[in-house]
Design a protein around this ligand. Structure first.
Ligand SMILES: N[C@@H](CCC(=O)N[C@@H](CS)C(=O)NCC(=O)O)C(=O)O
Length: 200
């Protein structure tokens, strides 16, 4: 039995799982299924009661949610995790950056969600708050993105997905005026797994 990965194509968290599927050459083993989220009574709630994506049903039929767990699970299937190696699991210098990237991504996801509401339901306060947070976090990573410790782990995928989501959802180009972030983004955006998972 194949595994099933439930996604929406605009979700940055689902995109991380899709990237790991491609990077780990798991496309033959993982079927990607588009879920209907945020709809009252969606049939997807019978599969994942939280209604969130990503959600992975493994080959034994066991389901799990959250990109962090799913990416680690998929990365470890071959016994040779590339993005979650044992050294990184206790490398606080690395982990600090990974969780900062996640925090940045969370804020941009809040912004994105806000912009999908009808205009009269959007909160200008929330949008301004998230916009300011994104700028501060972009400054933070402008100083750290070339740090060798961040290369090759989940942190750099999360950061790249966050920066691309900001661009796509109208929060602006977080690499503008940030030379190191801009040049790093240019190279990571060229990865086939990034190109093949660009949000619609
Ligand atoms: N911490 C979770 C966040 C997942 C999440 O918030 N997914 C959003 C899409 S970006 C979702 O499924 N929203 C649908 C809903 O809230 O009902 C992860 O890393 O997977």
């Amino acid at each position: 039995m194949n595994m099933q990965l439930y996604v929406t194509y605009g979700s940055p968290y689902a995109r991380l799982a899709r990237i790991v599927v491609i990077e780990k050459a798991l496309e033959d083993r993982v079927e990607i299924i588009e879920a209907k989220t945020r709809v009252p009574g969606s049939p997807y709630y019978q599969i994942n009661p939280s209604g969130r994506v990503p959600y992975l049903v493994d080959d034994a039929g066991v389901g799990m949610e959250d990109s962090q767990l799913i990416c680690a699970f998929l990365d470890g299937l071959d016994g040779r995790p590339r993005f979650h190696n044992a050294l990184r699991a206790s490398d606080w210098v690395y982990l600090r950056l990974e969780f900062a990237a996640r925090s940045m991504c969370d804020g941009i996801a809040v912004w994105g969600r806000e912009t999908t509401r009808p205009e009269n339901e959007r909160s200008p306060t929330t949008l301004a708050h998230e916009s300011a947070r994104a700028q501060r976090m972009a400054d933070f990573f402008e100083d750290r993105v070339t740090d060798p410790v961040i290369q090759g782990g989940m942190a750099h995928l999360i950061l790249a997905v966050a920066v691309e989501m900001a661009r796509k959802r109208g929060l602006g180009d977080l690499t503008a005026g940030r030379r190191r972030l801009a040049s790093w983004m240019r190279s990571i955006s060229d990865l086939p797994s990034m190109k093949r998972t660009v949000p619609p």
